[in-house]
Design a protein around this ligand. Structure first.
Ligand code: GAR
Length: 190
């Protein structure tokens, strides 16, 4: 399964996928890694010798044209699936349609609870005792697509957002690699 991975941040999920691919644990080829801004995730890809690309909103006159540029950049690598691994941008309906049923996102909560950009903070603020991580298919509505896999993570009494997010990310890396491994056994027609 050829994938393009999109990142915006530290890229620890990407690293878990890179490591699993390199170890031959999943039947996945990372065709390219893209980002919306310079970030540690892109550096990790470069260090691993993977092709990278950067499509910055600031370099495009509006959101629609940024979406089309991103779509082209992803499509150029002919991926079977596109993975959003800490990609902190919302893509438009046309982008989702272009890769329909083939975009996978990882999100740090048990969806449908706590969608959006501050899932860990929102879960803590709500006072839930259990949160977790969801790997799901991307649809036009944000954080709303069919759920592929989930793992629960207990919230501890004194948890800060950073501490809780770190424990979620530990579970997330494992879940994401396992989910990709399963998906690689059923690659959809392009
Ligand atoms: C991950 O926890 C991912 O689920 C989250 O950002 C983190 C990225 O970490 N994504 C979102 O919140 C998307 N709404 P990483 O850059 O170290 O992989």
């Amino acid at each position: 399964m050829r994938i393009v991975v999109m990142v915006s941040g530290s890229g620890t999920n990407l690293q878990a996928v890179l490591d699993a691919v390199r170890a031959g644990r999943i039947d996945v080829e990372i065709a390219a890694v893209g980002a919306d801004k310079p970030c540690r995730g892109l550096e990790r890809a470069e260090a691993a010798g993977i092709t990278t690309f950067l499509v910055r909103p600031a370099d495009h006159p509006d959101r629609t044209r940024w979406n089309r540029a991103l779509q082209e950049a992803v499509a150029a690598h002919a991926p079977d699936r596109v993975l959003f691994a800490g990609f902190m941008r919302i893509v438009d309906a046309e982008f989702v349609e272009a890769f329909r049923g083939r975009i996978v996102n990882t999100h740090p909560s048990l969806l449908p609870s706590f969608p959006g950009a501050h899932a860990v903070r929102d879960a803590l603020a709500h006072g839930v005792k259990v949160t977790g991580v969801t790997v799901h298919e991307v649809v036009a509505d944000v954080d709303a697509g069919p759920i592929l896999a989930q793992a629960a993570v207990p919230v501890q009494e004194e948890d800060t957002e950073a501490q809780l997010h770190e424990r979620i990310k530990a579970a997330e890396r494992q879940l994401l690699v396992d989910a990709l491994g399963l998906l690689a056994r059923s690659v959809p027609a392009r």
